[in-house]
Design a protein. Sequence first.
Length: 147
Amino acid sequence: MPLSPREVFLALVNGVADGRWEELPDLYAAETDVVHPFDPLRGPALRSRAELREHFRPTGTGPRLDRRPANITIHETTDPEVIVAEFEYRGTVVETGESFAQPGIFVLRVRDGEIVSSRDYFDHVTGAAVRGQLESLVAAVKARRSA
């Protein structure tokens, strides 16, 4: 029996927290539609497992993060394929001990146990700050605006 939308979401956020990068693309359908509407750089939608494999591929740069999903609230909708999940990653930057909370809301459509679409409303600014990339993010946003 395929995983429910709730089970898929929990597998996703726990997989990110555990660093199971190789497994995460398999939670998505072969053809999918994943967008990050709050991405300050307005990155393109991810449309395939191959694009998701690249998206989840560790870069080997930046600090190590010890994080867990917390404050999870999953809202069922009248459409059995769709859930709205509120949560945050709470953690620490391993090298500095700095703690952080990074909130997000995912609107997932799961069909036959696979994510066919996702709208990931995520706090990208906190993510950049935690990784020591806030200044480069601001510079990239400024460059994009002036282009």
